[in-house]
Design a protein around this ligand. Structure first.
Ligand code: 13P
Length: 288
């Protein structure tokens, strides 16, 4: 299982020229990468421009609607995304939940995305307040249960689902989750997702999995200094990168820090020599 590095550009950049520039720089910078899969999720309007810039980068969207077509002003059909070359779609990002998106809506969106043969990247995460109150696991379990309601137990249907742990307090703050803490969450999510999705994959006490386990990603102030630690130490199968993905050189460094040789054993990562260090302020790379 190669690591999945997903760039969430959010509502950036503003001009098409900047989009092409950023995309082409990343494309050139990672052209020799062998052991990681890179996905870029630009704003919807740029998908068709990027679709034709040939590269080995996969395309994703930042959201989709739960209906296929019809009178839904401003919404985007999962089928349209599929036709524009998207393979992935982020669903339930905390920035959308904050705008009023509910677990019920997220549940319908996941179902629609799977029906359109898109791979949903479901985002879950606790707020700083919930973390302080010791509610992290409870919040994550509830989100997963509600977001996957009526979808669970159907392993075939859900095998392409990706779950991204994005602690809300770590997003855009430079205050990334310590790998040791992230690992505890990883092990919890591995267990819960295994129970909920009824996966036939097996995993050891480190959460190292074999078989067709769903990928678990970490997101929240990822940068080139801490990226490898979430894969090497905390055992996640990939990353969801916001601010740092808007700086081509920084994003390339992130991908390269992951690339030199995750050693594949039974379809999982055992070790590699990435750099581990302090997180850097996300605001250094761009401003919202
Ligand atoms: P930052 O990497 O800017 O913290 O954003 C993370 C995120 O929200 C990715 O979806």
């Amino acid at each position: 299982m190669e690591p999945l590095i997903v760039a969430n550009w959010k509502m950036n950049p503003i001009t098409l020229a900047e989009v092409k520039n950023l995309f082409n720089s990343v494309k050139n910078g990672i052209k020799n990468i062998k052991n990681a899969k890179v996905v870029i999720c630009p704003p919807f309007v740029y998908l068709s421009n990027i679709q034709y810039l040939k590269s080995n980068i996969k395309l994703g969207a930042q959201d989709c609607f739960w209906e296929e077509k019809g009178a839904f002003t401003g919404e985007i059909s999962p089928l349209t995304l599929k036709n524009l070359g998207c393979e992935y779609v982020i669903i339930g990002h905390s920035e959308r939940r904050k705008l009023g998106e509910t677990d019920e809506m997220i549940n319908k969106k996941i179902k629609a995305a799977l029906s359109a043969k898109l791979k949903p990247i479901l985002c879950i995460g606790e707020t700083g307040e919930e973390r302080k109150q010791g509610k992290t696991f409870k919040v994550l379990k509830n989100q997963l249960k509600n977001d996957l309601k009526y979808l669970i137990s159907n392993i075939y249907y859900l095998k392409s689902l990706i779950i991204a742990y994005e602690p809300v307090w770590a997003i855009g703050t430079g205050n990334s989750c310590e790998p040791r803490e992230a690992k505890k969450v990883y092990l919890f999510l591995r267990k819960i997702s295994h129970q909920l999705i009824n996966s036939r994959a097996s995993y050891n006490s480190e959460g190292i999995c074999s078989g067709s386990a769903n990928k678990l990603l970490y997101g929240g102030s990822v940068n080139s200094e801490n990226a490898a630690s979430y894969i090497q130490e905390a055992n996640f199968q990939g990353l969801l990168v916001g601010g740092a993905s808007l700086n081509a050189q920084e994003f390339i460094k992130i991908v390269k820090s992951i690339d030199p040789a995750p050693i594949l054993q039974n379809n999982c990562f055992a070790a590699h020599g990435g750099r581990i260090g302090q997180s850097r302020l996300a605001g250094q790379y761009y401003s919202y």
